[in-house]
Design a protein. Structure first.
Length: 218
């Protein structure tokens, strides 16, 4: 309800939108920006660059969602907290000057609730992901990651649940803190041999949901 209220609010304010194509970047980690972005349509991936130069993926975000609310609400410029890359064919964003966005929020109680919920949800998601990474080895991290894709991209089909979105082994490695795609290849091959998953047109088809689910239960 909150995200839809936010989109309706911005639509009523005639806020401009921008559209970007697949695999183009909206923001880069550490660069200054003066706008807040709200994903109206499409799918994006957020990530940061580690000290050794590797990219560590944070999350996939599916519209509608706020993607760049930052801690400082008064400065005109602030640094971007992560890279944002478009993963769908195109993605459309509302672009709102940060100072103006916070004026909207401070004058609308329902928008304040949207923002508070955003921070609560993002914090709990970050803690939960860290728990999964700590509790599980590489195999378990990949299993937990695939299971978490179900609410985002899962679609029930005859033989199981299809993750209806193409995800590269490099991206899986980036999400699971695994240094090489070869490790991911090996883990996925093991899951295929155990009939936990199979691949259909380069998409993951989950055959045994319960096997994956065990890795997300504390």
């Amino acid at each position: 309800m909150g995200d839809n209220y936010l989109l309706k609010f911005l639509e009523n304010q005639d806020m401009p939108t921008i559209t970007k194509k697949r695999h183009t970047y909206l923001t880069y980690y550490g660069l200054e920006q003066q706008d807040t972005y709200i994903l109206k349509e499409g799918i994006i991936k957020t990530s940061i660059i580690l000290r050794d130069g590797r990219e560590f993926n944070i999350s996939y975000i599916k519209a509608p969602d706020i993607i760049s609310l930052l801690k400082d609400e008064v400065s005109q410029y602030t640094s971007a907290p992560f890279n944002v890359r478009v993963e769908s064919d195109t993605a459309t964003f509302y672009r709102v000057p940060r100072v103006l966005f916070w004026e909207f929020v401070n004058n609308d109680k329902e928008l304040q609730e949207c923002v508070n919920a955003y921070y609560r949800n993002k914090l709990s998601e970050a803690i939960y992901r860290q728990q999964l990474m700590t509790m599980n080895g590489k195999n378990g991290a990949v299993c937990a990651f695939i299971y978490q894709l179900i609410p985002l991209f899962g679609r029930e089909v005859k033989h199981g649940i299809l993750i209806d979105f193409q995800i590269t082994n490099d991206d899986i490695a980036g999400f699971c803190g695994i240094s090489t795609r070869n490790s991911v290849n090996r883990i996925l091959r093991g899951l295929r041999e155990a009939n936990v998953i199979t691949m259909v047109y380069q998409k993951i088809l989950i055959l045994d949901v319960d096997y994956l689910k065990q890795y997300i239960q504390a």
